[in-house]
Design a protein around this ligand. Structure first.
Ligand code: SAH
Ligand code: SF4
Length: 472
């Protein structure tokens, strides 16, 4: 088999990151090796996102760049996958003659066959078939990819919630859960390769298994907790309307479950929440936040907000701002509302002007920025358990001021805060901390991260599951 090179460009959410890995592994079976250099590629796959207008524009501008490359590299194959592909289908081929393949969100398993057809027949193909409730096939766990400490694992596909602004149910199809055995098999295979942490992915993990009579999400977490060698479990995303007591108790009872929840609120105004079809009120949301904090006092809570949903008045926006101030999120993603046909909000009257939307966005982001920074600064002086992902990008920039230059490592706390740290020891540079749990003394809090130095584990922390000590 001739070795061919594959370049994948991924836009969008974690689910797309996971899908891109599956694409790479599917195509490895027909001789494609991944390259990080665009110019080396025989096949380029663009995995697209359509959740907001900006993401879609990014996809088309990248595809425009590829069309130019194809002018002097005629044998290059270009494929477009993901949510834009699902939505636009044939129209992409009509609009862009350079594209050879458009494949939808449920076509990844068919990719090897599709690409082989294009290689042998030089044809152009659209495959955007969607089954009503498709079986989710076993994922492929690759042999050759470098081991990473933390990996995503998709446990569900699609969404049945139909929030008024959202295109996901239309491009990802009906909600379907993977069989628990298949998920556990994948996680065990990942752990066998050295993975220590998994993030379980679904649009609304709380409804895992419900319409197929599988186990509940909390039960799934309890099963995953038993996987030997796995150190941490995370998940995203949780819908506030379905967040139940069993899952909230999990933050206390499921030992490997990290102390972080991403709980998108979208708006703090009941009027807007209703128009968004979110099915909870601000009071119910705030009750869930209190319950989470009562159960797990150290829990970090992050959220998503949409600013400028049709009909959002100053009063509605103030209520959102008040909610943000009340909850004191650990992190916040705020987005400008964008029309995403065929999402029903497209037809709502009272669209908000872009200048008002961007002003509101600035206000909310400025508030959250100072809050995140001050929360990070409050952690200075504490010791945090950090699961090390590897050497930090800034490693090359040198070590701590005033000390011996030593290697900079990076990892995350259970609360999902990024920590860059160094090790003070004569043998520090020969240590490999990748995948190790390290106790780090926090020296500084920044806007997006913390920094500090590794310390000996305190006696009270020794012997914790998954924690490894070393002499500093
Ligand atoms: N299933 C997840 C969200 C998936 S989309 C959930 O329910 O939370 C990720 C985020 O994109 C959403 O939380 C929302 O804040 C944002 N988003 C989705 N559609 C949008 C739109 N039309 N305009 C602006 N932001 C949008
Ligand atoms: Fe979109 Fe709502 Fe489903 Fe999230 S829950 S994917 S926002 S429809």
């Amino acid at each position: 088999m001739n070795l061919k090179r594959l370049y994948i460009h991924t836009i969008g959410c974690q689910m797309n990151v996971y899908d891109s890995e599956q694409i790479a592994m599917q195509l490895a079976a027909i001789g494609y090796e991944q390259t990080a250099t665009l110019d080396d590629a025989d096949l380029i796959i663009v995995n697209t996102c359509t959740v907001r207008a900006k993401a879609e524009q990014k996809a088309f501008s990248f595809l425009g760049r590829l069309a130019k490359i194809k002018r002097y590299k005629k044998r290059l194959i270009i494929g477009v996958g993901g949510c834009v592909a699902q939505q636009e289908g044939q129209r992409i081929l009509e609009r862009m003659p350079a594209i050879d393949l458009v494949f939808g969100t449920q076509a990844i398993e068919r990719l090897p066959h599709l690409i082989q057809q294009i290689e042998s027949r030089h044809c152009r193909i659209v495959d955007v078939d969607m089954a009503e409730r498709p079986d989710i096939p076993d994922s492929v766990v690759g042999q050759q990819e470098p081991v990473q400490v933390a990996k995503f694992v998709t446990i569900m596909r699609g969404c049945d919630n139909y929030c008024a602004y959202c295109v996901v149910p239309f491009v990802r199809g009906r909600e379907t859960s993977r069989q628990p055995e298949s998920i556990i098999r994948e996680i065990k295979a990942l752990v066998a390769k050295g993975v220590k942490e998994v993030t379980l992915l679904g649009q609304n993990v709380n409804s895992y298994g419900k319409n197929q009579n599988l186990c509940s999400f909390a039960e799934l977490l309890a099963m995953i907790n038993e996987v030997e060698g796995l150190v941490r479990i995370r998940f995203t995303t949780s819908h506030p309307k379905d967040l139940g007591t069993d899952l909230i108790s999990g933050f206390k009872d499921i030992i490997k479950l990290c102390s972080h929840i991403h709980l998108p609120v979208q708006s703090g105004s009941n009027r807007i929440l209703k128009r968004m079809n979110r099915n909870y009120t601000r009071e119910q949301y705030l009750d869930k936040v209190s319950e989470l904090r009562d159960t797990c006092p150290q829990i970090a809570i992050t959220s998503d907000i949409i600013v400028g949903f049709p009909g959002e008045t100053e009063t509605d926006f103030d209520q959102t701002l008040q909610l943000v101030e009340t909850v004191e999120f650990d992190g916040l993603f705020a987005f400008q509302y964008s029309d995403r046909p065929p999402a029903p909000a497209v037809k709502l009257p009272d669209k908000i002007s872009t200048s008002i939307i961007s002003n509101r966005l600035q206000v909310i982001l400025a508030y959250q920025d100072q809050l995140t920074r001050s929360k990070n600064q409050q952690m200075v002086g504490s010791t945090q358990q950090v699961l090390t992902d590897g050497l930090s990008k800034k490693e090359a920039a040198g070590g701590p001021a005033g000390g011996d230059p030593s290697l900079q490592w990076t990892g995350r706390t259970s609360t999902n805060k990024i920590v860059n740290f160094y090790v003070v020891a004569s043998t520090a540079n020969s240590l490999n901390l990748t995948g190790k749990m390290v106790a780090v003394h926090i020296d500084e809090g920044h806007s997006h991260s913390l920094s500090g130095r590794a310390v000996n584990l305190e006696p009270s922390l020794r012997g914790l599951k998954g924690v490894e000590n070393y002499a500093a």
